[in-house]
Design a protein around this ligand. Structure first.
Ligand code: NAG
Ligand code: NAG
Length: 595
């Protein structure tokens, strides 16, 4: 399971900037004439600049209201996980950073900006300054390089309310440029600042930086556009009578009955004895993860005596309802005494037992935080265990499962760049190149940084393996419901995310951090929001009718549908199941009693 979001006490050398930003890193544009005098900005020019900006933002405020949708900049999902010799162009042409106030340019000129210079002692320097809007998400991107050495760099966006938001953290190298993607939300209007922090004693160069504002409405609009693109498809249903003639004006009612975007929840053994629990769970979810029942310490808590009765029964129950099961987890939750031999035995035992029956295995769990196995068994221990699991069962996608990668930019251990480096190491272990991999993100949230979540998903998606939010929950608080909805929508809309599993396993004695129901299986507000999303994500057009050619066309969520046909030539309703996931066209022959 998880260790709750460890609050990290960060002792940062606030690295300060001796340095220096070139006035603008976007090429001059005629409409930005005020930029040319930036490098020598005096107090006075700063003032007049500010006045200008206030003007500008007022103007854009006004025009914004009326024609938001056609003016909004599309969100850029691209990211780059290579260390590049030259930094590519900034996203969004740099966004509002093209107007940022900056200190004097670097002596060497060009567009490369010296953002920080640390020697043995922290050095004071300066930051980029700009105006921020209220209730606005800011997407940040930047290319970074050290003059020597390698280490973590944190981007900090100071919002007008004085809050220091970690907008992203990344491993930066020397000799090539690495892309950081992240962001933060501003809930107030006024001056904002951006700076970087690092403990590495070197010069930190930045290039192709961009900070792009999106109103909350724009952010939602991008999500909706992405949902239409990623989760729906245009389908065409032709309805014919038993004679093969098209039936115009047939009334159709559609219901999605299978497939579609996988949405699941954690399940506990109590489900075996409680019909109301069984009914509640199986009527909602298409995926299940056993909370603890498949773990090593559950199946072999008495060393040498394996007990699989409970997980066997839970699996059979899931199968009965065509619910897919994620294997959680092959390898973790062990005492120090259990070592290599025990491990090999465990792999054989659990993986072979459920071979062919699971869609996923969480092969290594939370291993970016706890390197117990790597420490004991060598640096390739994870690569070996992936290979071993694949040998015993070639059906499931094999996952790393980790917390804080998208939840907590201040946790240096599981950063997206480190996650990808570990995945690459596992993939390059001899014999592992052809295995099916997955990126498991536990997603245990407190207060989410939504732009950071999306930016991190963009980065992780570059590995081109399916991403699942494997254990999503939000701690109790006044905004629990709102945050959960927002996060589930982010996951559902993101092109890289292929499934979501909630971590809301029901126990009579209480849930881990989030319960969807009370003890009578009556939904709590969090459960209601989950149900609302389930309904929304399989919503179908009302009043569906075939045209005069007997054809009905629509944009539907992926899935398998039961289509019921009502037509004046038919005595009874006719129902057929059509798979609109693998195909986008179907012909229904409404056989049966006709008038
Ligand atoms: C700098 O070092 C401190 C102390 O080890 C650590 O807590 C902090 O996260 C480091 N900062 C960065 C940006 O790596
Ligand atoms: C969908 O249709 C099939 C027959 O084609 C039927 O067995 C099944 O019960 C239907 N499902 C629902 C939810 O109506």
């Amino acid at each position: 399971m998880k260790v709750l979001t460890a609050t990290l006490v960060l002792l940062l050398f606030i690295v300060l900037f001796q340095g220096c930003l070139a006035a603008s890193y976007k090429s001059d544009e005629s409409d930005k004439k005020e930029k040319s005098d930036k490098p020598e900005k005096s107090d006075e020019s700063e003032k007049s600049d500010k006045a200008e900006k206030t003007d500008k933002s007022e103007k854009s405020d006004k025009s914004d209201k009326s024609d938001k949708s056609d003016k909004s900049v599309p969100y850029d999902y691209s990211a780059n996980i290579e260390c590049e010799k030259e930094p590519p162009k900034p996203l969004y042409g740099g966004g509002i950073l093209t107007d940022a106030e900056a200190p004097a340019p670097v002596a060497t000129g060009g567009k490369k900006l010296l953002m920080a210079k640390t020697t043995s002692a922290p050095v004071k320097g300066s930051t980029l300054k700009f105006e921020l809007e209220k209730d606005t998400h800011y997407a940040l991107s930047a290319w970074l390089q050290f003059s020597k050495s390698t280490g973590d760099v944190r981007a900090v966006l100071v919002t007008p309310d004085g809050k220091f938001n970690t907008a992203g953290m990344i491993v930066v190298q020397s000799g090539c440029w690495t892309m950081l993607k992240g962001g933060a939300t501003s809930f107030s209007a006024g001056k904002g600042e951006l700076f970087f922090e690092t403990n590495v004693t070197a010069e930190l160069m930045a290039d192709s930086m961009a900070l792009q504002p999106f109103t909350f409405e724009e952010w939602k609009l991008h999500r909706d556009e992405s949902i239409t693109k990623e989760r729906k498809k245009k389908v065409k249903i032709t309805v014919q009578g038993s004679d093969g003639k098209e039936l115009p004006d047939a009334e159709l009612s559609l219901e999605r009955v299978a497939k579609g975007f996988p949405l699941g929840n954690a399940m506990t053994k109590e489900i075996l004895d409680m019909p109301e629990y069984e009914k509640w769970f199986t009527s909602r979810f298409t995926v299940a993860t056993m909370e603890n029942e498949m773990k090593w310490d559950s199946t072999e808590y008495d060393k040498g005596h394996e007990l699989y009765e409970i997980p066997d029964k839970m699996l059979a129950l899931a199968e009965k309802y065509k619910i897919s099961v994620r294997g959680h987890n092959a390898w973790s939750g062990l005492s120090v005494a259990q070592l290599k031999e025990a491990m090999a035995k465990r792999m054989k035992s659990v993986v072979s037992r459920y071979a062919g029956k699971l869609i996923h295995w969480d092969v290594v769990n939370e291993n970016l935080h706890f390197s117990f196995f790597e420490d004991k068994l060598g640096k390739d221990a994870s690569g070996e265990v992936f290979k071993e699991v694949a040998k015993l069962d070639d059906k499931p996608i094999l996952f790393m499962n980790e917390y804080n990668t998208i939840e907590e930019p201040n946790d240096g251990a599981p950063l997206p760049t480190k996650y990808l480096a570990k995945l690459k190491q596992i993939q390059s272990y001899p014999g592992n190149s052809k295995l099916k991999y997955g990126i498991g993100l536990e997603s245990h949230f407190a207060i989410p940084n939504i732009p950071y979540v999306r930016g991190s998903l963009d980065t992780l998606a570059q590995a081109k393996v399916p991403i699942w939010l494997t254990e999503i929950d939000v701690i109790k608080g006044p905004k629990q419901v709102e945050y959960l909805e927002e996060l589930m929508r982010e996951g559902f809309a993101h092109p890289g995310v292929k499934g979501i599993v909630l971590w809301a396993a029901w126990h009579a004695k209480g849930c881990y951090v989030m319960c969807l129901t009370d003890n009578k299986f009556k939904n709590l507000p969090v459960g209601d929001v989950v149900d609302k999303l389930i309904a929304e994500w399989k919503d179908v057009p009302k009043d569906a009718k075939t045209d005069d050619k007997g054809v009905f066309e629509a944009e539907l969520f992926h899935g398998e549908y039961n289509v019921t046909v009502k037509h004046k030539s038919l005595k009874e309703l006719f129902m057929e199941t059509v798979d609109l996931d693998s195909k986008s066209e179907a012909t229904i022959k409404a056989k049966g009693k006709e008038y």
